[in-house]
Design a protein around this ligand. Structure first.
Ligand SMILES: NC(=O)c1ccc[n+]([C@@H]2O[C@H](COP(=O)([O-])OP(=O)(O)OC[C@H]3O[C@@H](n4cnc5c(N)ncnc54)[C@H](OP(=O)(O)O)[C@@H]3O)[C@@H](O)[C@H]2O)c1
Length: 337
């Protein structure tokens, strides 16, 4: 019998999640039926979206059921198998849970991954996983940046934002990043090639808007929004005619009530477009992007920073880093010792 430690949701959080919302339990792993395999999770991806799945509200995925492990994409090694497509010892990644072992079926969302195709297996949770795919499709398909245009990115030092800035540079754009604090702003320029960086902390909406205008004197053609609230609103004031606003995330309101937006009139005045992006709608096209993202990473053209905290008992503090802004790169939890 193998013991499985699982980080389960036992109460729906109100606002910022607290320890009482979760319980770390130990259970024996189930015996396998034909077609199933047991994945020994080595790493789990901690994503802001997980906070939404904890609520009992309709979304693109059903809410996490109380008593179930917190849903997360994991990468791991097949420990037991009754499925020839997933032999014991092979690597696989998919939407599972924050738990030491996940029981997977071929019909689930877990696919084999090739460790040789990437510098680090964790890249399947960052640049070559949902994060990279989000940056790639949301920027290139929804944002449609053209050479010489200006791309404004919020949450720019984070997992998605750091990749968006670099891909926009590859496409010949001028890039302006918004992040929290001087250290992150230095990294925007030094590590991710941003042309200009804006520290939003301590700035009113009005100050933010003038900082954006100063950093983007020719206006903004693509606003890549990860944060929402005052940051989204300030960016709208700098839009050029026919600009595209890519609504990728609104992390500033995941733990609070929705914030109003006062400057939507800019979309009318500029004949601009705002469009939501959800990665699941691009699943049939993942095969187009994964080889290109992997090649960029391997060639050193795309810098990937990963912030790895260790231990399933650290799941909550590691997750909360996303909302405190203390993650330096893609937030990942190492589960296997
Ligand atoms: N639509 C999709 O399919 C899809 C897929 C993946 C991710 N996303 C979205 O992409 C965004 C970024 O996700 P990620 O995984 O790359 O996370 P991340 O950017 O690596 O981490 C979150 C960052 O957000 C910033 N932040 C948190 N609370 C904030 C607040 N109240 N105001 C301003 N900034 C705040 C912090 O950076 P600072 O220190 O700079 O404040 C923090 O480090 C999220 O909104 C996420 O939901 C969407």
């Amino acid at each position: 019998m193998t013991v499985n430690r699982r980080f389960t949701l036992v109460r729906r959080p109100k606002g910022v999640p607290v320890p009482e919302d979760f319980r770390l339990i130990e259970e024996p792993t189930a015996s396998l039926e034909e077609g199933q395999f047991l994945l020994r999770n080595h790493y789990a991806s901690l994503d802001p979206a997980i906070r939404g799945w904890m609520d009992d509200t309709p979304s693109y995925l059903p809410p996490i059921r109380l008593g179930d492990p917190v849903r997360a994409t994991t990468v791991g090694v097949v420990a037991e198998s009754r499925n020839p497509a997933f032999p014991v010892g092979s690597w696989a990644s998919g939407l599972n849970g924050i738990e030491e072992y996940s029981l997977c079926t071929a019909a689930g969302f877990t696919s084999p991954v090739d460790p040789a195709a990437v510098p680090s297996i964790t890249n399947y949770l960052s640049a070559v996983g949902a994060i990279g795919l989000t940056a790639y499709f949301a920027l290139l398909e929804v944002g449609n940046p053209q050479p010489g245009q200006t791309v404004l990115v919020s949450g720019a030092a984070g997992a998605v934002g750091s990749l968006v800035g670099q891909i926009a540079k590859m496409k010949g754009c001028r890039t302006v990043g918004i992040a929290g604090g001087p250290t992150k702003c230095e990294r925007l320029i030094r590590d991710y090639g941003y042309d200009a960086a804006i520290d939003y902390r301590g700035k009113s909406g009005r100050e933010l808007a003038s900082a954006i205008r100063a950093a983007a004197p020719d206006g903004v053609d693509v606003q890549f929004e990860n944060v929402g609230g005052e940051i989204l609103d300030a960016g709208l004031l700098a839009l050029n005619p026919k600009a595209r606003v890519v609504l990728c995330g609104l992390i500033s309101q995941y733990n609070s009530a929705p914030l109003p937006s006062y400057n939507l009139w800019q979309l009318i005045v500029q004949g601009a477009r705002i469009e939501g992006f959800i990665l699941t709608q691009y699943i049939p096209r993942f095969g187009e992007a994964i080889p290109e993202l992997a090649a960029w990473v391997k060639a050193g053209k795309l810098r990937v920073d990963e912030h790895i905290d260790e231990g399933i008992d650290q799941a909550l503090p590691a997750f909360l880093r996303l909302f405190e802004g203390t993650n330096e790169g893609k937030m990942i939890l190492k589960i296997a010792p």
